[in-house]
Design a protein around this ligand. Structure first.
Ligand code: AMP
Ligand code: GLY
Length: 423
């Protein structure tokens, strides 16, 4: 089988690494890919906005399955394009991708289908929003402001007081800090609790959840500093009891499936539930219509199944009685970033110390922002590498991930020291 992976970060490297282990995969392509993915796949730039070119590429290279990593092409309708010429694709269509692409759509979906989430109001006019916030009607807990559209993970402000809420709404709706994404905003109740990520395969009829994981969004140890795309992740999160898992199944997974079916949303791909575990029970903070990054880097090494079979069964709507097998007990991913990230940073720094891990049975160094210059691999992004290790328990996986992270060097490398420390 010939498989095309869309994307070029750590998540896509983990997908390529895992798919390459399948006996059913003959040839892998990746666009745009990166220096690490190039070890498993032919990497090339493709213009996914050009439907003719996408169709021609699929035809010429006899692509049997397209796996879409990031949200943007899904929100723009890449899955619909591939299906329009008869291709098989892992990833939801444009209408279903609004579950991530539009926070107002996601909140309305949750409300309609009884999925527990923070209480909220939607505004499309700044005057209306500011009048509400200034009025006696405004509940003091309504302190989270979200731009409706995609804003590269930056469109959420958790505010301290009324003034900050007003400021955030103005920033999004008037000053358009996130462009058209801020045309509408969601104002919602601030929730407190532990956050948990659950990713699942979903074929429109069945949801097959992966082990729960935790990611680390803040740049600094102890969860300080600005939000990032994710500085590390581990799985499983052992604090999740069977009773809590059963509750998540009943209050989140089941109504989600009923919801997509009743709204005729075409959903064959990954779904990611960002949950807050509040004292009142689990609440959904967000949906992502794709796998998380770096969560995927931590979770895929734990799966014992052939990933091609899982992904193609999902794309075909044939998850049926597929069950997950486990290959290792716990996994930890530590992201090595460039100093300055998520702000400004330098690139082009040579990376050393990668070779010893190439054949390690319990470590994979996934590339996120790298490129090759002659024979040297160098940095090319804010998040550079996802150093992942797995083992019989979390402590061993963690020790091994940090052992590898400490031996990989590039100028201005930065990483958190506390990934999985509370596990
Ligand atoms: P989102 O993109 O909606 O997941 O939001 C990004 C981050 O903002 C989440 O991971 C939470 O840490 C935080 N957040 C979002 N919504 C809320 C909420 N209602 N209450 C508290 N924190 C939130
Ligand atoms: N790590 C968060 C995400 O992938 O959305």
């Amino acid at each position: 089988m010939n498989v095309l992976i869309v994307g070029g970060g750590g998540r896509e490297h983990a997908l390529a690494w895992s798919l390459k282990q399948s006996a059913r995969v003959d040839r892998l392509w990746c666009s745009p890919g990166n220096a690490g993915i190039a070890a498993h796949a032919d990497c090339l730039p493709l213009d996914f906005d050009d439907k003719q070119k996408v169709a021609a590429f699929h035809r010429q290279n006899k692509i049997d399955l397209t796996v879409v990593g990031p949200e943007l092409p899904l929100v723009k309708g890449l899955a619909d394009t591939v299906r329009s010429f008869g291709g098989l694709v892992f990833g939801p269509g444009r209408l279903a991708a609004r579950l991530e692409g539009s926070k107002t759509f996601a909140k309305s979906f949750m409300k309609t289908h009884g999925i527990p989430t923070a209480d909220f109001r939607i505004f499309s006019e700044f005057e209306e929003a500011s009048a509400f916030i200034r009025s006696g009607e405004w509940p003091e807990s309504f302190r989270v402001v979200k731009a409706d559209g995609l804003a590269a993970g930056k469109g959420v402000r958790v505010c301290a007081d009324r003034n900050e809420v007003l400021e955030a709404v103005e920033e999004m709706m008037v000053r358009r800090a996130f462009g058209a994404a801020g045309e509408n905003v969601v104002l919602e109740e601030m929730l407190a609790g532990e956050e948990l990520s659950v990713m699942a395969f979903c074929d429109g009829k069945k949801l097959l959840p992966l082990l729960p994981c935790r990611d680390y969004k803040r740049v600094g140890d102890g969860n300080v500093g600005p939000n990032t795309g994710g500085m590390g992740a581990y799985s499983p999160v052992s604090a999740i009891s069977e009773a809590l898992w059963a509750r998540i199944e009943k209050t989140v997974f089941q109504p989600f499936l009923r919801g997509i079916r009743s709204e005729w949303l075409d959903y064959c791909g990954a779904i990611y539930f960002g949950l807050m575990l509040t004292p009142e029970g689990p609440r959904v903070l967000e949906f992502n219509v794709r796998f998380g990054d770096p969560e995927t880097q931590a979770v895929l090494p734990l799966i014992g199944n052939d990933l091609f079979e899982l992904i193609s069964a999902t794309a075909l709507g044939e998850l049926g009685d597929v069950a997950l097998r486990r290959r290792a007990q716990a996994s930890v991913c530590v992201v090595l970033a460039s100093k300055g990230y998520p702000g400004d940073f330098e690139t082009g720094k040579p990376i050393s110390g990668l070779e010893p891990w190439a054949d390690a049975p319990d470590v994979a160094v996934f590339h996120a922002g790298t490129r090759r210059r002659d024979s040297q691999i160098e940095t090319a992004g804010g998040r550079v590498l996802g150093v992942t290790a797995w083992g019989p328990d979390l402590a061993k996986a963690r020790a091994r991930a940090y052992e590898a992270a400490d031996k990989i060097k590039f100028e201005n490398v930065c990483f958190r020291r506390d990934i999985a420390s509370e596990g």
